[in-house]
Write a protein of this length. Sequence first.
Length: 165
Amino acid sequence: MMGNALRGIDVQKPQDKYEPDADADYNFIMGDLNMRFKAKYSDFIEFVDYAKDHIKEYDELYEQRYLWHRFPGYHEEPITFMPTYKRDSNSNGVYINKKEQCPSFTDRVLFKQNDKNGSVRFNEYMCRDQIFGSDHRPVFLDLDLKVTQEVLMEPQLLLNPSTRF
């Protein structure tokens, strides 16, 4: 489960503790995060076209990140696509009522930049609606990432990344 995998990620730990996601210049959490909209299918399906406008109200991942301060330092680009779950496996635009689960943005990409001197240029965060075969639709994040030349030129920094923080 996602909670167990990320239990050690905590930016509030004392310096002598290991922060598991600090060794890389950039970190990504992606896939089916299993976070849903807190609404019933029957109450929300008529508003599904406007779901992206209701993320702050209903989305469990939004709640975890902003109310409970989970996934510290991670960023998600604004969602501009339709909910990725639970869709008909063989067609587009059809949502399936499974135990009153509301159509949700379960498939996400979060990223974290540890190299404060590097740069990130956002290109696109989108869903691939035309890929069938699952009740989820895949999402992708297109970024241009740059690391500082210092990291590329200093072998010691590559061997012991914590020395640059």
